[in-house]
Design a protein. Structure first.
Length: 302
């Protein structure tokens, strides 16, 4: 990696690239779509079919002069994830970059996905795992496929042992729930962000011989809609010191675009486009394999 700080001005042309960005209707996902459109990529925006998403597509067209394509995607609904993947595969036989950017943060820990999984893990990890697996044939049809998982420094504040699989499915019950501190509640988010890194690492290991590059990134603490579930005074004060979406998108754009990032499969990047070792749990190959096997087992009926 260069010692010069990489910026979006350093992006190379993407005229021959097909890109899929989850959560591309806002925040760092929107900025990522905009910058790759400006570099002539064909960009699919995976997001819920909503006024916000349609407005984002309109603004992307106005700001870039290009034509992004909206794919209706709800990562908290595994059947709908399959429909989104099928919709993409009806249009394209190849996918060069999959940017797994969407996510939710600090949601109430008793909330579940449509399929009864912990909302944060089910959306941030299982939904993306499902989408990635379904799009894998298209990725492997690319001469240089990349999968970028947006994680967080929050992965260092996961639950004891990293991932507590018994917490991932079904309602959490017990008188202990209201007694959890804010830090303990945040650990469920950290568990999902650890899962993002483990997923990328295992992808990199399993598909190294196929040329697939998988990278996980921490974008920084960004002023985005993820903060909407952050209700503490401390978090509101911290918000004032967050980076902009434009700054936050730099590291994932580097991973998706920079030629030298081709050598960073299985790595973890922090702002701005710098390699760093993640936590020991994030480097645990046995835990990565266990999570991969759990995800595959859970997804058999979807």
């Amino acid at each position: 990696m260069s010692t010069k700080q990489w910026t979006t001005d350093d992006m190379v042309d993407m005229s021959d690239k097909i890109v899929f960005v989850t959560g591309g209707n806002g925040g760092i996902g929107y900025v990522s779509c905009k910058e790759m459109l400006r570099k002539n990529a064909k960009v699919y925006v995976g997001a819920r079919d909503s006024d916000k998403s349609r407005d984002a597509i309109k603004r992307l067209r106005e700001e870039t002069g290009k034509d992004p394509i909206l794919i209706s995607l709800d990562l908290s609904d595994l059947h709908q994830v399959r429909k989104a993947a099928e919709q993409f595969l009806q249009k394209e036989s190849r996918l060069d970059v999959l940017l797994n950017n969407a996510g939710i943060m600090a949601a109430p820990i008793d909330r579940l996905t449509k399929d009864s999984y912990d909302l944060q893990f089910g959306t941030n990890v299982l939904g993306h795992f499902h989408l990635t697996s379904l799009l894998l044939p298209a990725l492997l049809a690319s001469p240089s496929p990349r999968v970028i998982n947006v994680s967080s420094m929050g992965h260092t504040h996961s639950l004891p042992g990293g991932i507590q699989f018994e917490t991932l499915k079904g309602p959490k019950q017990g008188t202990w729930l209201p007694l959890l501190s804010l830090n303990e509640r945040y650990q469920f988010y950290g568990q999902s962000k650890l899962g993002n890194i483990l997923h990328a690492n295992e992808l990199a290991r399993r598909y190294k011989d196929k040329g697939l590059v998988a990278i996980s990134v921490h974008p920084g603490v960004v002023k985005t809609d993820l903060m909407r579930n952050h209700y503490s005074i401390l978090s509101r004060l911290t918000y004032a010191f967050c980076v902009t979406p434009e700054e936050g998108a730099v590291t994932q754009l580097y991973a998706a675009n920079a030629p030298e990032a081709q050598k960073l499969s299985g790595k973890y990047l922090i702002p701005y486009a710098k390699e760093q070792s993640p936590s020991k749990l994030a480097q645990d190959q046995d835990l990565a394999k266990k999570m991969w096997d759990w995800c595959e087992s859970e997804l058999r009926s979807f």
